[in-house]
Write a protein that binds this ligand. Structure first.
Ligand SMILES: C[S@@+](CC[C@H](N)C(=O)[O-])C[C@H]1O[C@@H](n2cnc3c(N)ncnc32)[C@H](O)[C@@H]1O
Length: 254
């Protein structure tokens, strides 16, 4: 049987790599890297750095393939995602088929936590459902950008006995503002709520040497975050940012 390990690598800080992840890393002989193009060369580099830092026997191979691009012109967003997942499943099926021998262990280093806004698990289900190839897989959890964000801002994720919502910039609505973490937001969706009584805890490149943190009342720091974000994106060519919005409860404990 071929085995695939989906290893959560943390969201940027190599020291967030867990002991369980190090053990898993040392079981693998092949590492698959889906390269999303020059913008994410930095992210590929971090994966290679992790391999060099934590693998005891350097007898491993790295197989790098281009990640298919999502078609952003489809009328419905979900159609574009569906097509993209199908293409990625084919790429992964080919990798398992041609790059892994029977009895061998391959690994994907997945950004942050594999179960959070990452399509690899769904992609592997698809590969198995289609009977494309025979293999087994294991998931090793990682520190997500959500955990890294609240740790860096030194805040609790939830209010006492309260729920926490995690959503995308595309889905953010006024009904979420009690306590919400927003990811995958390319358009500063928080700006639509600048007149609301909410605090924002924002972070970009969290855990890396380029980390930027800004917190405060949204109406006070909204413009600053937009400006800093735009400048950082220009400087590095890409940005990953996450933020928590929390309605202010005057006099009440959060
Ligand atoms: C495709 S999702 C992957 C999330 C990842 N699985 C996790 O557990 O954090 C990418 C989004 O995660 C967030 N993100 C990931 N790493 C980050 C970092 N180091 N700093 C800030 N946000 C980050 C951003 O919102 C980014 O758009």
């Amino acid at each position: 049987m071929k085995t695939l390990l989906l290893i959560g690598m943390g969201a940027g800080n190599p020291e967030h790599f867990t002991v369980q992840a190090i053990h898993a890393l040392n079981r693998a002989t092949v590492f698959f890297v889906l390269d999303k193009g020059s913008i994410t060369q930095d992210l590929v580099r971090l994966r290679l750095e992790i391999c060099q830092r934590y693998i005891r026997e350097p007898a491993y191979r790295v197989v790098q393939v281009s990640d298919p691009k999502r078609d952003s012109t489809t009328p419905r967003y979900t159609d574009g995602v569906e097509q993209w997942h199908a293409q990625r499943a084919e790429v992964v099926a080919r990798l398992i088929e041609h790059e892994l021998q029977d009895g061998e262990c391959g690994a994907f280093l997945l950004w942050g936590e594999p179960a959070l806004y990452d399509s690899t698990l769904r992609m592997l289900d698809r590969v198995r459902d289609q009977g494309l190839t025979g293999f087994d897989y294991e998931v090793i959890p990682g520190i997500s950008s959500v955990q890294a964000l609240v740790a860096r801002h030194r805040i609790a994720l939830n209010g006492i006995g309260q729920p926490i919502r995690i959503t995308t910039g595309r889905q953010l609505s006024a009904a979420d503002l009690d306590n919400v973490v927003v990811m995958l937001d390319a358009h500063c969706a928080f700006e639509a709520f600048v007149d609301q009584d909410v605090d924002i805890y924002w972070g970009a490149y969290i855990g890396t040497a380029d980390e930027i943190l800004i917190a405060g009342e949204l109406s006070d720091v909204c413009a600053q975050i937009k400006q800093v974000r735009a400048q950082a994106r220009l400087r590095k060519g890409w940005i990953m940012d996450t933020y928590l919005l929390r309605r202010r409860r005057r006099g009440a404990e959060n």
